[in-house]
Design a protein around this ligand. Structure first.
Ligand code: FAD
Length: 626
């Protein structure tokens, strides 16, 4: 096949507000000497914007976002290479509470602390990114006078799972999930007549072919399978697997459970389903988005639970009821919740904002960190040390090329657990090992603002799996009428196409931690050009035949890369059944003097409500001090 050149793909066309700063070059240029990190050129100007300027409004930034250049270099120098930082300069600032990490958990910790200690409690939140919210990240585009919002990370509220604590937090912030549900019109790519669809690309399958109304999760017919561009033997193996009657129905429930819980899904497909390698490969990336994992990390039981075929071999019906997924969401995902939380802590940032107006409200980042305020939020500040003292805690953070120190009565670490051993080197080895057990799952959400959705409408699809490509799935994101926002309704309106997934781990990575770390490194090694070339190639092959001009119709690209994405949840193939109190996250989150530990990692569960519940627990654990 002949690949298109970068020029043919439009790589050199200017696109809206493109951010040219590259992360990989940046880290390669930084020696591990802290002075090198102190050079703003070494960590990239994107990481040190002028926060005091009203023009600093991170949600509209495009290019490499999520873990953006400038956000992680100091943390990596410390955590990966044990860099020694210079003596901190004392800011002279003293607080009641310092919170490390201004994600949902850190914001919730500040909220609970104020409830406990009163509105005069002085709180400082330190956050290494140039925006607050952590994974709850807002992507905001402006096109032809209209604002287009999209998800940069956390999508929605899984409200039916919420504890009383979380429901109370929602109520305090004026959030009513039922109202949001009533207003919401969006479903994940289920509306178009020919969705779901799967696109097989020429580079990996020899030809570009879109199969519509096609999902590996439904009972594929022989006719559908005949159109999959893999080997004849591969198609034959799929046909016989999908059509198979029960081959192991004589097994007891216990035997089936044991068998399916102890074999990876791909191994199961080979061994029990009789699939060839090229047929098995079709499933590899299917769970990149929902689990952040390659299929080989899942047990057969976990994959079957997700709706993939296999149960029929044991005499069970694999096709689940169409699961009603009554998620409540704002048009920027849970970023709106983070915004509401910040606005309650620091009202000047968006006076009068409500849950009903939050999606469209202006936020003034210049007032996040004011001397006079009870609560301050400091962006671009990476915490590199936190130690107990006789009177509380000192916290060191790296910002603007310098290490600064603040003191406090208490601290809550609401950051990634794997970093805490480097921040608190005097913790016990047992606690450090437990904290390091938490290796988050890498994720990517690349938003591509396209001129209009007409080519997709012509195909009749709005959600497409791409088993051969970097992003395993893409879906059209439009039409959430909640939080005061009207999404792009007309098919001629600019709209965001979300490319969603993770990164396949290196083949040689076997155990789960090696898989996750391997995927993370591969993700960090990709440049913005790599992502841009990838989305242009996909859109050219997929939509080009329907009139989409890849050189003209891409208006902006925002890559939200999350090398530290979902909190790790224990998995059948990799984790034992821990005795009560002995699971790594339970040991990891134990209070350390005046320092308590939050984050979704503390619940070993990647959910917003877990992040909030863990913040409440952490604040409850803080010791009384005079
Ligand atoms: C792409 C994606 C989609 C998701 N979708 C959903 C969803 O739909 N529903 C759901 O419930 N959950 C979802 N999640 C899970 C999400 O992680 C949780 O919902 C929640 O947002 C976690 O909040 P947190 O505060 O615990 O962690 P984070 O959001 O990770 O916040 C921690 C913050 O601490 C900062 N930090 C780390 N180290 C330091 C340091 N040394 N100094 C200063 N700051 C530091 C981090 O940069 C980060 O901003 C999703 C996650 C991802 C990545």
């Amino acid at each position: 096949m002949t690949r298109k050149t970068d020029r043919q793909l439009g790589m050199f066309k200017p696109i809206t507000r493109r951010d040219f700063v590259q992360g990989a070059a940046v880290i390669a240029g930084a020696t591990l000497h802290p002075n090198a990190l102190g050079d703003p050129r070494a960590i990239g100007n994107a990481g040190q914007p002028d926060i005091g300027s009203r023009s600093h409004y991170p949600p509209t930034k495009t290019g490499m976002r999520g873990s953006h250049p400038g956000a992680y270099e100091a943390a990596h120098a410390l955590g990966r290479h044990g860099a020694a930082f210079p003596e901190p300069a004392d800011t002279g600032e003293h607080y009641d509470l310092v919170v490390v990490g201004a994600g949902i958990s850190g914001l919730a910790a500040a909220h609970f602390y104020r409830e406990k200690m009163g509105p005069d409690a002085r709180i400082l939140l330190l956050e290494n990114h140039d925006d607050f919210g952590g994974h709850a990240k807002r992507n905001e585009f402006h096109q032809s006078g209209k604002m287009v919002l999209s998800l940069g990370g956390t999508h929605n509220l899984e409200w039916w799972k919420f504890s009383d604590t979380v429901n109370a937090v929602l109520k305090d912030h004026g959030v009513n999930p039922q109202t949001m549900l009533d207003e919401m019109t969006f479903e994940y790519g289920r509306d178009a007549p020919h969705s779901p669809a799967t696109w097989f690309d020429k580079e990996h399958y020899g030809e570009n072919r879109l199969l519509t109304n096609f999902s590996l999760r439904s009972r594929l017919t022989a006719e559908q399978i005949s159109r999959i561009p893999i080997s004849d033997a591969g198609r034959a193996s799929l046909t016989s697997f999908y059509a198979s009657g029960p081959t192991h129905a004589d097994q007891s429930e216990d035997e089936t459970e044991r068998l399916l819980g102890n074999i990876s899904y791909p191994a199961f497909l080979r061994q029990y389903g009789g699939l060839t390698e090229d047929a098995v490969q079709l499933f590899d990336k299917e769970q990149h988005g929902s689990w952040g994992l390659e299929m080989r990390a899942l047990s057969a039981a976990e994959a079957i639970e997700e709706g993939y075929p296999g149960a029929h071999l044991f005499g069970h019906n694999w096709e689940q009821e169409d699961f009603e997924y009554p998620v409540a969401m704002w048009p920027d995902g849970n970023a709106s919740l983070a915004r509401l939380m910040v606005a309650r802590l620091i009202p000047e940032v968006a006076p009068g904002v409500t849950a009903g107006s939050v999606a469209t409200a202006q936020f003034d980042y210049t007032v996040l960190d004011q001397d006079s305020a009870a609560v301050r939020l400091r962006l671009n500040a990476t915490v590199v040390g936190a130690e107990n003292t006789d009177s509380g805690v000192v916290v060191n953070y790296f910002s603007g090329g310098q290490v600064q120190q603040v003191s406090a009565r208490h601290a809550v670490l609401a950051c990634y657990h794997s970093m805490i051993p480097s921040i608190c080197p005097s913790m016990t080895d047992t606690q450090k090992a437990a904290l390091k057990y938490q290796v988050k799952m890498p994720l990517i959400l690349t938003n591509v603002l396209i001129r209009n959705r007409e080519a997709l409408d012509r195909l009749g699809v709005d959600a497409i799996s791409c088993p051969g490509r970097l992003h395993a799935r893409l879906f059209l994101f439009q039409g959430i009428h909640s939080g005061g926002y009207e999404g792009p309704e007309d098919s001629s309106d600019a709209v965001s196409l979300v490319f969603w997934g993770s990164i396949s781990p290196p083949q040689e990575a076997i155990d789960i931690h090696s898989q996750l770390r391997g995927s993370r490194q591969k993700l960090l090694d990709l440049t913005l050009d790599d992502f841009e070339r990838e989305v242009r190639t996909v859109l050219d092959g997929l939509l080009g035949p329907e009139g989409f001009d890849v050189a003209e119709d891409i208006l902006a690209i925002t890559v939200n890369r999350w090398p530290h994405g979902y909190a790790y949840e224990y998995m059948q193939l990799w984790d034992p059944d821990w005795a009560p109190g002995q699971a790594p996250h339970e040991i990891a989150r134990k209070r350390f003097g005046s320092i308590a530990i939050a984050n979704a990692d503390a619940g070993a569960s990647a959910y917003t409500h877990v992040a909030i519940d863990q913040a409440q627990r952490a604040v409850d654990e803080l010791p009384e001090t005079s």
